[in-house]
Design a protein around this ligand. Structure first.
Ligand SMILES: [Ca+2]
Ligand SMILES: [Ca+2]
Ligand SMILES: [Ca+2]
Ligand SMILES: [Ca+2]
Length: 340
């Protein structure tokens, strides 16, 4: 057993304030769907395209659909792609963050590339907030895709290598993956996207992503129904300012995108993807203590979810006001004890 002191609650307070900010920033643009939260787990994952070791790990269902192109834009209208419910799982250990992105869609793969064409294979992106104000549409918000609000970290993976192969990595000074096209990128709005190191000078640019994929129906051949498994990892801290930095007990803000090779006769288009971004950032709560439990630290009232009530309780506590708690839930600001 390990006694945890007020520092844990300080983490909870920071997380709750971050949630308050997110809620405030999304008001007024459109009817906001319920915020999505995921408790990441404490685990070490082998990145090999085999999801079996994720079986007991908590997952989140993520609705994904095509975004609406804002009025007045000169962007081309993409083909129609059906909405999907993807599954997101996240784990961390002392060194790495691990991401499992599972997509229910048929098997389309035309690789390796070259000589073949990755636009008739699936493609994906995982996006993380870097600058606190950045919006979930590649840095922009819901109402104006041309107005960047800050930088986001993009893991952008077009499937140039075969199933189970290791993707990611590349020469120093660049986020480019010259072999498998799992590029480490950043963007500030949908039209401003670069490999790390590909825009403003960035001596620390690097690509330490690792990824491996599989599809449950691949043995049946092209168009066989099933589920894509995209398994990925990266060090928690890369030292690259064009990457998100992850900390124990922190909240990672995540968005997902998926390109369906069945969008049109020539495969997917840049704009044709489904995305989680219309639902705002997904809040992924990283395990707070090395070797600790998967408790959701930001859930100050032990309700099982993080919501504005938690923010209010932390604000009341910080202001010296009384905070009512349900029976059995530690008071905000008090010590708690968890299994080691
Ligand atoms: Ca695995
Ligand atoms: Ca498809
Ligand atoms: Ca990088
Ligand atoms: Ca990056």
């Amino acid at each position: 057993m390990k006694a945890l002191t007020r520092s844990i609650m300080a983490v909870a307070a920071l997380a709750a304030l971050a949630i308050t900010f997110t809620l405030a920033s999304s008001v007024g643009t459109q009817a906001s769907p319920a915020e999505l939260h995921l408790n990441a787990s404490d685990a070490t994952i082998t990145v090999d395209g085999d999801s079996s070791e994720w079986a007991a790990i908590n997952g989140l269902t993520v609705p994904m659909k095509q975004f609406e192109i804002p009025p007045g834009s000169d962007w081309d209208t993409p083909g129609v792609v059906d909405p999907i419910d993807a599954t997101l799982k996240v784990a961390t250990d002392d060194t790495n963050i691990y991401v499992l992105f599972e997509v229910p869609d048929d098997y389309d793969f035309d690789g390796p590339v070259p000589p073949n064409n990755h636009k008739v294979s699936a493609a994906l992106a995982v996006q993380f907030l870097i600058d606190p104000a950045a919006g979930p549409h590649m840095g922009s918000g819901h109402s104006d895709f041309e107005a960047g609000l800050g930088m986001v970290d993009l893991w952008h993976w077009e499937l140039d290598c075969i199933a189970s192969a290791m993707s990611g990595g590349g020469p120093a000074g660049s986020g480019n993956d010259p072999d498998c096209n799992m590029d480490d990128e950043y963007s500030t709005d949908p039209e401003t996207r670069e490999d790390d190191g590909g825009g403003d000078p960035n001596a620390a640019a690097e690509n330490s992503l690792a990824g491996s994929w599989s599809h449950s129906g691949s043995a049946g051949g092209i168009d066989t129904a099933g589920t894509w498994t995209f398994e990925m990892s990266r060090p928690l801290q890369t030292g690259d300012p064009e990457d998100a930095a992850f900390a124990a007990g922190g909240t990672a803000k995540v968005a997902l995108a998926y390109w369906d090779a069945d969008e049109g006769a020539t495969g997917w288009t840049d704009l044709g993807h489904v995305t989680s971004a219309d639902g705002g950032w997904i809040n992924v709560h990283l395990p707070g203590v090395a070797g600790g439990t998967d408790r959701l630290w930001a859930d100050t009232d032990c309700s099982g979810a993080v919501n504005p009530i938690d923010s209010l309780k932390v604000l009341r506590h910080d202001a010296g006001l009384s905070v009512s708690q349900t029976a059995g839930c530690p008071g905000v600001g008090t010590s708690v004890t968890v299994a080691d």
